[in-house]
Ligand binder design. Structure first.
Ligand code: UDP
Ligand code: MG
Length: 316
């Protein structure tokens, strides 16, 4: 007879060239969940277009582990799309996206389940220290959150990644969101629900390398901001107004000065400064417009978020 408290947990594990990490990840999962008799586990590995032996490794593991399901995407669609693919495939009462590199310790999931049993629908993994991150990553993340939370309607919780527990109702809500450009952290926050957090220390990556370099992170930040705020578009109206008022005041000043002291030698330097400054300002404005327009264009095509080559379910 099943225990009353029995819970079915789906882990969503996006993997992109992680052949070295998979074995270590599974060993750790076994270690943690061997003691948890009231948890039945399903692991959905989303192979995000790996070019190494990730898929072969996963298939070999699946042969002896019926908890493993594999969603093989047709190419690399990025972590956000891979997470969405995992959410679609998950069947558990609770769902936890987790990185395969063990930076998110699986032990924490057990604590998250305890909080979920208390009645929370979302349990965030909150990083108490980012020791394992570089200085540049820490500082840029800090700035990003400050800016994002200032201008967007829906603030993002700081020091929280994708690692979190979500109840079935939250997952179903996420799956109703139609957008194809998915900034998951933002969407997770946008859907709301009763939320709490558990603290954890983010560890070092166990094997392989980080897939997010500076340029990718910059674009990720742009995605986040443009997905949840239109303030960067609106700011130009005020910027324009501000510059016009200043130039009007300056014009008045020139008129008055000419009246009282006569015509001055025209200033080439100030002219150049004004031209280049305003030129730069306008180009930035157009660039911002471009960011939004480009995203609207891509969104309007209604392309699927990801394509699946094949699903591998365990042989029962
Ligand atoms: N990942 C993915 N697709 C990508 C990039 C990353 O599925 O295009 C996966 C990766 O395999 C890992 C997780 O996302 O399981 C987090 O990636 P990573 O550890 O490189 O990011 P970091 O921890 O450095 O932010
Ligand atoms: Mg990592």
């Amino acid at each position: 007879m099943p225990l009353i408290d029995h819970v079915r947990v789906s882990l969503i594990v996006p993997v992109f060239n992680e052949a070295q990490a998979i074995g270590l990840f599974l060993a750790r999962i076994d270690e943690v969940f061997a003691r948890e008799a009231d948890v039945s586990l399903e692991m959905i590995f989303v192979n995000d277009g790996s070019t190494d032996t990730t898929l072969e490794q996963l298939l070999a593991c699946q042969a002896s582990d019926s908890r493993i399901r594999i969603v093989d995407l047709s190419r690399n669609f990025g972590k956000e799309a891979a997470l969405t693919a995992g959410l679609e495939a998950a069947s558990g009462q609770v769902v936890v996206p987790i990185d395969v590199d063990l930076q998110d310790p699986p032990e924490i999931i057990v604590q998250m389940i305890v909080r979920w049993r208390d009645g929370f629908e979302v349990v965030l993994g909150h990083r108490v220290s980012r020791k394992s991150d570089t200085w540049a990553k820490k500082t840029s993340a800090n700035w990003f959150y400050r800016l994002h939370n200032k201008i967007s309607d829906q603030p993002l919780p700081e020091n929280v990644g994708d690692f979190r527990l979500m109840d079935r109702c939250v997952v179903d809500a996420l799956l109703t969101l139609p957008e194809s450009r998915r900034f998951m952290k933002g969407l997770f926050a946008w859907v709301g629900f009763r939320t709490t957090h558990v603290d954890y220390e983010r560890s070092e990556r166990i094997a392989g390398e980080s897939k997010f370099n500076g340029w990718r992170l910059w674009n990720f930040a742009l995605e986040g901001i443009t997905s949840f705020s239109t303030d960067p578009l609106k700011v130009w109206t005020y910027m324009g107004l501000f510059v016009s008022v200043i130039s009007f005041a300056f014009a008045m000043f020139i008129v008055l000065r000419t009246l009282f002291t006569g015509v001055d030698v025209p200033g080439y330097a100030s002219l150049m400064v004004a031209v280049t400054f305003l030129g730069g300002l306008q180009l930035i404005g157009i660039g911002v417009l471009g960011e939004y327009l480009g995203r609207t264009y891509i969104e309007s095509k209604r392309r699927p978020i990801f394509l699946v080559r094949r699903l591998y379910n365990p042989k029962d």
